[in-house]
Ligand binder design. Structure first.
Ligand SMILES: Nc1ncnc2c1ncn2[C@@H]1O[C@H](COP(=O)(O)OP(=O)(O)OP(=O)(O)O)[C@@H](O)[C@H]1O
Ligand SMILES: [Mg+2]
Length: 248
């Protein structure tokens, strides 16, 4: 890519929250290879909550992991708020991730030896807040997800749905520009699913944030501004949420 092309691309991409172009990713395990992403393009607008839907194994987690700088792609380009996360140096990327990205893992990934409040305070401490204030702030966010009485509990003392809400609190506590949630309601009942989605939706809008929510859950669809439909490593279409097509 020439310098001029790179500048044009970066300028264009800064108008969007996320711009992915031609992302490929192949996993090799032993003698077999899986091409999880096959030249995937995706735009996420500033201020929107974009849903990412598609069958199991189609590449959703792989794509959002690359967008979030957790996983390296093979080919292609992805910019998050104008910053090319696919070509950033490791140190710069670690800083960018810590400040600007909140990620809810499909398997929650809580640290078992830390309490709920301590787990949630991690992004704040990484960003330089002292432990005392970070724990207070973490407690406030835990109250917002309905876990006021579980701040001192360890992950193994919590139900799956409670652990999921701790993971969501941890992803939003430092007010990142981009929140990425992998199936955030999979372990939640109707009431808590609705509560969490209402909270997540209330956090997006304006020009300096956006959210991507991977979901199979039709109860979540009404919270999306648009739905990107993925199949076999590519995005087939992106459109507004429509009750008549997408159901619920
Ligand atoms: N670390 C890995 N090593 C090898 N193969 C992998 C790895 N991660 C993902 N894959 C493969 O890549 C493909 C896409 O996986 P991915 O986890 O992105 O799917 P998904 O759409 O998130 O599915 P689900 O809805 O079940 O979570 C699958 O075929 C999967 O088996
Ligand atoms: Mg997945």
């Amino acid at each position: 890519m020439s310098l001029k092309d790179k500048k044009i691309k970066t300028e264009k991409s800064s108008e969007l929250a996320v711009k992915c172009e031609g992302i490929t990713k192949t996993f090799s395990t032993g003698d077999s290879e899986v091409m999880a992403l096959r030249g995937t393009d995706l735009d996420v607008r500033k201020g929107e909550l974009l849903l990412l839907a598609g069958p199991s194994g189609c590449g959703k987690t792989t794509l959002i992991s690359i967008i979030s700088g957790i996983l390296k792609n093979d080919k292609g380009f992805c910019a998050v708020f104008g910053q090319d996360v696919t070509h950033m140096k490791e140190e710069e990327l670690a800083l960018f991730r810590a400040k600007q990205i909140g990620f809810v893992f499909q398997q929650f990934n809580l640290i078992p030896t830390l309490t709920a409040a301590e787990n949630v305070s991690i992004p704040l401490i990484i960003n330089g807040m002292d432990r005392k204030h970070a724990t207070i702030e973490a407690g406030n966010v835990l109250e917002h997800v309905g876990l006021a009485d579980k701040k001192s509990s360890y992950p193994l003392q919590l139900s799956g749905g409670q652990q999921q809400r701790v993971a969501i609190a941890r992803a939003i506590v430092h007010r990142p520009k981009l929140v990425v949630c992998d199936e955030p309601t999979s372990a939640l009942d109707g009431t808590n699913g609705h509560r969490v989605m209402t909270l997540l939706k209330s956090l997006v809008g304006g020009t300096d944030n956006a959210m991507i929510v991977v979901t199979h859950d039709s109860r979540v669809f009404e919270f999306g501004d648009r739905i990107a439909e993925m199949e076999d490593g590519v995005i087939l279409r992106v459109g507004p949420y429509r009750k008549d097509i997408h159901g619920h």
